[in-house]
Design a protein around this ligand. Structure first.
Ligand code: SF4
Length: 701
């Protein structure tokens, strides 16, 4: 017989959760995942966090969708459906019937309402091949560019700033580069919760003697390893970063030689910064000038310094400005393009880098080729044999508004959950209910699927074959470990069946076939082939030769824009859109937590993770909790101009007074019922990290 820890079979793949992209080994017994071990991938070297190690049994949840569903005649659209018993609102259908209905509903709207009446959301949870096919379907069957995905809600502003200044939206160095850094800045990110394996590299670097500088209004576990912890006032970010740069320029610590050779616009920047002395900014930032000066000196004088940032930087109406500041900081000190240096927006989803690269973005084709540029269209028109729309499409939140305006009438949503993830969720849910035709393709009857006319049962990550691209630009091979449950199908297959019914003559034989076409459309995949990935598991892009591992650190000699120079873009202080006032005196900030992933569709159905964090909580400073005359565990009511939720108060010393932190994974107290949909004008990202809220005890113990 076999021992307790003996598997029938092992399959090496990639973790389905965060952008770290840990390689994992599924240990299979009797066609099920018995346990998971870390594998020797380039980003994790056998390490895993709790999600990767224990968060896999969602795949066998009894709530998995295993047959196509069609809405029953007259069944109301809304979220009052038990996902374990959808039969009240839906009936079972054959694939033929469901696909015909799904596609004909969209096709009819295209005929009667014109090509701008349709939109699609793809997913950063699907493979590169599936993302590529989905955007191709929107651009060639819907005949518009209304295709977006959750990158809009996460790093759209970072990418806007990076494209504008250095001509490339991806990281300039992998996070493991910290092993050669003297100074590491982590700002607006909480890696021990959201990129836990990356955090282990940061801690190791700190142990080795690197200075770790953490900047965030909320405290966090990394604080223990930090040489400096700057808990600045919420919304004080641009002022703080400008004041750091002010000190660098004032004290002559900038790198004249680098600035001369590699940048453009420094003189204008210097003039701009003169107004941001740390002494004058203290009221806005809450950070003592001597601390700002110490941090500025440490960063500028380091032989090699690197900057990491997350949603705390990007999810603001001034998110693009925040990122512009970080880029300017690196440029003026020449802290980019060498070992141990760089700019690294920590990407959230396991494939948000890849899905963006593959073109799930409304203003650009694969590899960020602007849709408005004739030559870009000509290249793809030849490859796809189809005329393409030169007009950039609408973004996630704009699509919701366009539904309310009656412009968009039908949608195809693959693996996204806007009913939970979009800001001002009531507004987003009302939009979903208004659609004439909604097709949702997912593994569960998500909150979004509850509004669908047709639900197509799709594949979970361990049931897929395909590539994904992590935060380090490492393209990795995901392998199929499990059979599909019931009649569920691979996402690429479903997209192809939809495309055929919408009049496209697609005939891909599988993901490898799709990858081969992607490689023709995307220069970033030069020298990276499916066969290579099957053999080597991971290759970094850009890659200069078939026998090289790819370029981990980029832009040593020039930036990939027209001039080859990095551009300084000064940022003014733009305050958060909605300030606390008498009626709504607290600041609400939302985010993730270690145990739960985004809208909770997967992790809340993973038994161990759900046992660790079974319900929604509002993180409040213990002093505020006392002031309310309640104890942790009591219920509080949170009210904003958009909605109200009730949930348990949790004492959290990391949360500053006057602030409440709510994770957005819980449908029973959905944080996004409260959030402000106001957008950053450049990245079109909503301000999830700041809105005015009233907090009051709802019931006491
Ligand atoms: Fe998965 Fe990210 Fe955890 Fe690695 S760090 S195991 S990729 S969730």
């Amino acid at each position: 017989g076999r021992g307790a820890r003996e598997a029938d079979e092992e399959v090496q793949s990639v973790c389905p959760y965060c952008g770290v992209g840990c390689q994992i080994t599924y240990k299979l017994r009797d066609n099920e995942i018995a346990w998971v071990e870390g594998a020797g991938g380039p980003s994790n070297e056998n390490r895993l966090c709790v999600k990767g190690r224990f968060g896999f049994d969602y795949v066998s949840s009894p709530e998995r969708l295993t047959v196509p569903l069609v809405r029953r005649e007259g069944a109301p659209k809304g979220m009052n459906i038990d996902p374990g018993n959808p039969w009240t609102h839906f009936r079972e259908a054959s694939w033929e019937e469901a696909l015909d209905l799904a596609a004909s509903g969209l096709g009819r709207l295209r005929e009667t309402r014109g090509n701008r009446a349709l939109a699609g959301f793809g997913s950063a949870k699907c493979s590169n091949e599936e993302a590529y096919l989905f955007q191709k379907l929107v651009r060639t069957a819907f005949d518009n560019n209304n295709v977006d995905h959750c990158t809009r809600l996460c790093h759209a502003s970072s990418v806007a700033a990076l494209m504008e200044t250095i001509g490339s939206g991806a990281v300039t160095a992998p996070f493991n580069a910290v092993s050669e850094s003297d100074v590491i800045i982590v700002i607006g990110a909480n890696p021990t919760e959201n990129h836990p394996v990356a955090a282990t590299y940061f801690k190791q670097a700190a142990k080795r003697g690197a200075q770790l500088i953490v900047m965030d209004p909320r405290g966090q576990a990394l604080k223990r390893h930090a040489t400096h912890m700057l808990q600045f006032k919420p919304g004080g970010d641009v002022a703080l970063l400008n004041s750091i740069m002010h000190v660098i320029v004032e004290e002559g610590l900038h790198d004249e030689q680098y600035i001369q050779a590699h940048t453009d616009g420094f003189e204008r920047m210097r003039t701009h910064l003169s107004r941001f002395a740390p002494e004058e900014m203290e009221a806005v930032t809450g950070i003592a000038p001597d601390v700002v000066r110490a941090v500025a000196r440490a960063y500028a004088k380091a032989n090699a310094a690197i900057v990491f940032w997350g949603m705390g930087v990007s999810q603001h109406v001034h998110g693009t400005d925040n990122a512009r500041c970080l880029i300017s900081l690196a440029l003026m000190c020449g802290q980019v393009g060498r070992k141990g240096t760089g700019l690294h927006p920590l990407r959230g989803q396991n494939n948000v880098q890849g899905a963006s690269d593959a073109g799930l973005i409304p203003m650009v084709f694969p590899d960020y080729a602007a849709v408005g540029v004739e030559a870009n269209r000509a290249k793809l028109e030849a490859l796809w044999d189809h005329r393409l729309d030169p007009e950039p499409g609408l973004t996630v939140v704009e699509i919701v508004d366009a539904i309310h305006d009656g412009v968009i009438r039908g949608m195809y949503i693959m693996g996204e959950n806007p009913a939970m993830s979009d800001p001002d969720a009531s507004h987003a849910r009302a939009a979903l209910a208004r659609l004439d035709h909604l097709v949702v393709q997912d593994i569960f009857l998500t909150e979004t699927a509850m509004f669908a006319d047709v639900v197509l049962p799709a594949s979970a990550w361990p049931e897929k074959e395909g590539t994904v691209t992590n935060t380090n630009r490492q393209v990795q091979m995901g392998r199929k470990a499990l059979p599909l449950p019931g009649e569920a199908r691979a996402d690429w297959w479903i997209v192809q069946e939809m495309a055929r019914r919408l009049g496209l003559g697609w005939d891909y034989s599988g993901p490898a076939d799709v990858f081969a076409e992607m490689a023709k459309a995307m220069p970033s995949l030069d020298n990276i082939t499916w066969e290579r990935l099957a053999r080597e598991n991971a290759v970094t892009y850009p890659c200069t030769a078939p026998d090289r591992p790819g370029e981990a650190i980029v832009f040593g000699d020039r930036f990939p824009n027209e001039t080859g120079l990095g551009k300084f873009v000064p940022a003014e202080i733009v305050p958060p859109d909605e300030q606390p006032d008498e009626d709504y005196p607290f600041i609400l900030t939302t985010g993730r937590q270690l145990e739960h992933w985004h809208t909770g569709a997967m992790t809340r159905r993973a038994t161990s993770l759900d046992a660790l964090e079974p319900g929604p909580t509002a993180g409040l400073n213990p002093r505020d909790i006392r002031r309310f005359g309640i104890v942790p565990g009591d219920t509080v009511r949170l009210t904003t101009r958009r909605g109200e939720i009730e949930l348990e108060a949790r004492a959290d010393g990391a949360v500053p007074e006057g602030v409440v932190f709510v994770p957005f994974a819980y449908v029973e107290a959905a944080a996004n019922l409260l959030t402000n949909p106001k957008l950053d004008p450049f990245g079109k990202i909503p301000e999830f990290k700041f809105c005015a809220v009233r907090v009051e005890p709802a019931a006491t113990h």
